[in-house]
Design a binder for this molecule. Sequence first.
Ligand SMILES: Nc1nc2c(ncn2[C@@H]2O[C@H](COP(=O)(O)OP(=O)(O)O)[C@@H](O)[C@H]2O)c(=O)[nH]1
Ligand SMILES: [Mg+2]
Length: 309
Amino acid sequence: MPMPHRTQMQVIKRRLVGKEGTERIRELRAILGGLPDYRNGPYADIRKWVNAQIEVSRMRAKVVHRDSIAVRREGAAQVALVGPPNAGKSSLLQALSHIQIKTGDYAFTTVRPVPALTRIGGVLVQLVEIPGLIEGAGDDRGGGRALLGVLRNADAIVYCQEAAAPLRVLEIVRAEVAAAGIAKPAVLAATKLDEVDLDRLDQVRRAVPDLDVIGVSVLDDATVEDLRAAIWRLTGLIRVWLHHNGSTDPQPLALPAGATVTEVAAQVHRELAASLVGALVWGPSARFAGQRVGRTHVVADGDTVEILR
Ligand SMILES: Nc1nc2c(ncn2[C@@H]2O[C@H](COP(=O)(O)OP(=O)(O)O)[C@@H](O)[C@H]2O)c(=O)[nH]1
Ligand SMILES: [Mg+2]
């Protein structure tokens, strides 16, 4: 004869078959409500098991939620475009990366992060538009917490705000990011520059002294290129060209500032980093063209390097 608590366990498991996510959690809570409240013995164990199941289901629900919004990293760095709806983020993404994105005049046109690759000085950098990060994001208003999660993974932030808009709007967004404990290198893109007088940019600069302010209009290519250059500075990366078999690669490698010749080799191939004995260097970090250096030589932006092994 089966013990009653064992039967109970079978009944519980049957009730859970095919139930996922919130439905499963709801069922588990109902089961919990129907269990006798014994502190010890088999029923206490069942209670413990049900509670653990609720915890696991909750965690799964969270993970699924996060994954569905996570952005797969591509390129040498990931830079997030953050700002209120209608600030011109999608338009900038489009202007910087030549991709086709739907833009609109109304709030919340974009509801999910939109990634796009752009080439800056020969290096691929991933831009991610964070849709309307607004007041209360930390309390998960408008799915804000998942968006903050995307921001947490980024290497740098471009705050976007209409040059004409009151700066209070930017303060709200920055406060939200700071409250989430996110501190990244950042600039402010003062957007739709074509809609304001030139002295407005000076006003913005005075009001936001702690951020580099770049005035930009998608109607003015030169300002878009200014922003592109500012984004590159934000990444903190340097570019090194690889010379091998008598020619130099057309595309540079991107490395963190302070990288050594060994790290250059590692980016080409892990084994190359192990087998290299030194390098020949042309450019800013070399005392003379073609200087022979050791494994620990620190390269500089604009160097050309030939690995020796
Ligand atoms: N005049 C002008 N309008 C712009 C500029 N950038 C974006 N817009 C317009 O502003 C509106 C909102 O732009 P959008 O890129 O969707 O903003 P998002 O919500 O921040 O992504 C659209 O109607 C755009 O055409 C700009 O540089 N100048
Ligand atoms: Mg948008």
